[in-house]
Structure formats: structure tokens, C-alpha cells
Design a protein around this ligand. Structure first.
Ligand code: SF4
Length: 259
């Protein structure tokens, strides 16, 4: 375990500004050793980060959250990634009783009426808290260009503004912060990583959604809350399409709320 002060984090963040994602990952592993650092994998284009991390630290500790509502293709993809790299993916599920209560009281699609925060809190945020309670630092695939208004100033490393562990402050590394969606897909194509079947059309078109000729899946999440992206739209438009752009976070990274 290697505790870091806010001042040390600030200095490290400044020093990572001109570094590649691989160099940022290497810095993360220099400061925190397995199993005190964990990499979050959502079953989407963040496979690029898994690929980079496994090449640096084959014993990297990887986890995911299974909300129970993911597309079938994403479950296939998790198993492809597991087999391809020969890795274990620690999988966290929501508490059964919390899901049973929500669905029994409000139905399977309450998020269309009540907003997605309540369902995301139960299916994503609470399991994430449990996962993060076991480590001192985590690595995410967050990017600045991913969500207008909420990720514009994302640092390469920060004290997690949302979560703490029982042991104290949690450090969060964001090695892809300065990359665009096109950079990530370009890495995936060049390195021939496994790819979520839902992303195949985008990859076949070169991987840059801003050049889409027709609808395609770009930002992936739970099945009911993910839609096709249309040419000219920002990637985040395809998630929770019935809500405004500034509400399009699931609570995993929001600074002002856990939901
Ligand atoms: S993304 Fe949709 S289905 Fe998934 S946890 Fe959030 S509200 Fe529920």
C-alpha cells in the first residue's frame, strides 16, 4: 500500500501531462502494487486499457460490474477478453434484495419514468463501492471528450472526488483522459484486441464515430439505456436518450452525488 497526499497527487498529475496512457499506467503500478490497485473494465472500448495493462502487469487486478441488464454481446465479450488474455475478471453484482424491492415496487423500466439515478445506484454505484473498498487506488477508462460538461477537466490522477475506502482516500488514475474516442478505437484496431460485437460496425468504418455514415453503437452500457448513435451526434447522446446531456452520468464518477 502506498498512501499519497493531495500535494503528491497534484505533482504527479502535472508530470503525467505529456505522457502516453501506457506511461501513466506504469506510473500507477509504480505507486500502487497488485492487489491494492484495481482496473475497472466495462466491457466496451476500455478493452484498450486492459490490453495495455496486461502487457505491463500480467497480474493486473481487473474488475467489472454486472448490472444484470447488459446486452448479450457484452457478456460474450467479457468471456472473449477473459480467454484472450488468460485473466480473471472479478465481477460484482447488485444486492439481490435491493433489485427485488426496486423491481417489485416500480417495475422493470422505472428509469424511463423516474430517471436512471435510482436504478444505477442499486445496480452500479453500491457494487462499485464494495469493489473499491478493497483497494487504495483504481484505474478507469474515463476520457475528457466522453461526456460534455462533466468530464472536461478530468485529471490523469486525482483523489477520487466521490468515493473513499474504509482505509481512507482513494486514488483514481485516468490514463485515457486526453484520448479521443477515435484514438481508443484506433488502438483497438492496430493492436487487434478483442472487440465487443456491438462495436464491430464502428471498427469496420475506421473507429471514428464523427465520420459515421449511418447509425452505429458507440457508447455502450445497459441494454435498455443504450441506443444507436446517429451521424452528427455526440457519443453520449446514445445513453439515457430520454434525459438531458448534463444528467448522463451513472454516479460512478460524479463529484456532487453518489447517484
Ligand atoms: S444504465 Fe439503465 S438499466 Fe443500467 S443500472 Fe442504470 S438505469 Fe439501470
Amino acid at each position: 500500500m502506498s498512501a499519497m497526499t493531495p500535494e503528491q497527487i497534484e505533482v504527479l498529475d502535472a508530470s503525467l501531462a505529456a505522457r502516453t496512457p501506457q506511461e501513466i499506467l506504469a506510473a500507477a503500478f509504480e505507486h500502487f502494487d497488485t492487489p491494492d490497485i484495481m482496473l475497472s473494465f466495462s466491457g466496451a472500448e476500455d478493452v484498450a486499457l486492459v490490453d495495455m495493462a496486461v502487457k505491463i502487469r500480467p497480474d493486473v487486478h481487473i474488475f467489472t460490474l454486472d448490472t444484470g441488464r447488459l446486452p448479450g454481446e457484452t457478456y460474450e465479450f467479457f468471456d472473449d477478453v477473459r480467454r484472450h488474455y488468460g485473466i480473471r475478471i472479478e465481477t460484482y453484482f447488485p444486492y439481490t434484495m435491493a433489485v427485488e424491492t426496486l423491481v417489485s415496487q416500480k417495475g422493470f423500466l422505472s428509469f424511463f419514468r423516474d430517471g436512471h439515478a435510482e436504478c444505477c445506484q442499486i445496480r452500479k454505484v453500491e457494487p462499485l463501492k464494495r469493489a473499491l473498498d478493497t483497494v487504495d487506488a483504481w484505474i478507469t477508462g474515463q476520457r475528457r471528450d466522453q461526456s460534455p460538461g462533466t468530464r472536461d477537466h478530468l485529471p490523469f490522477v486525482q483523489i477520487d472526488p466521490v468515493f473513499r475506502t474504509q482505509r481512507g482516500a482513494l486514488v483514481k488514475f485516468n490514463p485515457l483522459a486526453a484520448w479521443s474516442s477515435a484514438d481508443v478505437f484506433s488502438y483497438i484496431i492496430q493492436n487487434k484486441t478483442p472487440i465487443n460485437p456491438l462495436h464491430q460496425p464502428l471498427a469496420r468504418g475506421g473507429g471514428d464515430y464523427r465520420r459515421l455514415a449511418g447509425p452505429a453503437y458507440v457508447s455502450l452500457g445497459c441494454l435498455p439505456c443504450t441506443t444507436l448513435l446517429h451521424p452528427g451526434e455526440h457519443e453520449r447522446a446514445a445513453r439515457w436518450r430520454w434525459e438531458s446531456m448534463l444528467k448522463k452520468e451513472c454516479g460512478l464518477h460524479l463529484e456532487h452525488t453518489d447517484t
